[in-house]
Ligand binder design. Structure first.
Ligand SMILES: NC(=O)c1ccc[n+]([C@@H]2O[C@H](COP(=O)([O-])OP(=O)(O)OC[C@H]3O[C@@H](n4cnc5c(N)ncnc54)[C@H](OP(=O)(O)O)[C@@H]3O)[C@@H](O)[C@H]2O)c1
Length: 259
């Protein structure tokens, strides 16, 4: 089986493998804390969480599992929920809570989860920059944005990652994917497995001896060198299966058939 041209990607100042783990259903239980440790032992090198997820339990479980976690980049987000959630005082409170829940002095990657329709993005990102300047946030990303909004954000501070919905089934952010690749920004597609149950995907999977989820992920990796999907799962078998997708490179004909 052909390999993807590279199994790692540069994010800010570190190289990490190109498939991470989404944790929006993770709870702060003994079982889920153990699951995170096992997933990292299995090779997960990026965990994606948010202040919002499971009312803060996702961040707490990751903090309990991984402090310290030199080998695994933990990304979190704040500022979700509509008008007012990107105000400086709201963001400061969320960042302080994330630092405490994750049991860290420095968040490796912090995304503005949504651009607040009533707060200038410069103000939200300026607040995040306060923490960058103090060494409490290392890298900054932004989520569910257009190219124009990314350019606006980059005038405030360096943006290393953009997290937008993207999958075989939902490709409205094609322009953002290509912009990120040309600008050296990592593109993190959320809901990366949407479309994996479609017949054309199942057909390629059967021909390859792979699973439909693996084909959906391999297609994303082939779609752009900037791509770092974060499939969400609570199953170790699925974690391993998803990481193994890095060893599948769809050929030109398969890539076009899936497109
Ligand atoms: N930035 C944003 O606004 C935003 C929005 C939504 C999500 N996110 C992030 O994106 C991550 C991914 O999104 P998501 O988890 O909602 O959707 P997803 O990754 O597209 O799909 C997750 C679903 O697929 C299943 N699954 C995972 N691996 C599988 C495999 N190998 N075979 C079969 N089924 C598999 C999971 O169930 P099992 O547990 O049974 O494996 C779960 O039901 C989230 O966890 C979150 O971190 C970000």
């Amino acid at each position: 089986m052909t390999r993807q041209s590279t199994a790692s990607i540069t994010l800010g100042d570190r190289d990490i493998s190109r498939i991470g783990l989404g944790t929006n259903r993770l709870r702060h239980t003994i079982e889920h804390v153990a699951f995170i440790r096992t997933a990292v032992n299995a090779g997960v090198r990026m965990l994606d969480t948010a202040h919002l997820y499971t009312q803060g339990e996702s961040e707490k479980a990751i903090g309990a599992a991984l402090s310290p976690a030199p080998d695994c980049l933990v990304a979190t987000k704040g500022g979700y929920g509509g008008a007012g959630r990107g105000r400086p005082e709201v963001l400061r409170q969320e960042i302080e809570q994330s630092l405490a829940s994750l049991r860290t002095d420095c968040i490796e990657l912090y995304y503005l989860h949504r651009v607040d329709p009533e707060t200038p993005v410069e103000s939200s990102l300026g607040t995040i920059k306060e923490y960058v300047d103090r060494g409490q946030i290392r890298h900054v990303g932004i989520s569910e944005v257009s190219v124009v909004q990314i350019e606006q954000a980059r005038r405030v501070l360096p943006i290393v990652a953009v997290q937008n919905e993207y999958s075989l089934a939902v490709r409205k952010h094609n322009a953002v994917v290509d912009y990120c690749a040309s600008a050296g920004i990592v593109f993190v597609p959320f809901f990366p497995l949407r479309g994996a149950d479609e017949p054309r995907v199942r057909k390629v999977a059967a021909q390859r001896g792979a699973t439909p989820a693996q084909i959906a992920l391999a297609w994303l990796l082939r779609r752009s060198p900037a791509m770092l999907p974060i499939p969400g799962t609570l199953s170790l078998a699925h974690v391993e299966e998803n990481l193994d997708a890095m060893s599948i490179a769809p050929g030109d004909d398969e890539f076009e058939a899936l497109r």
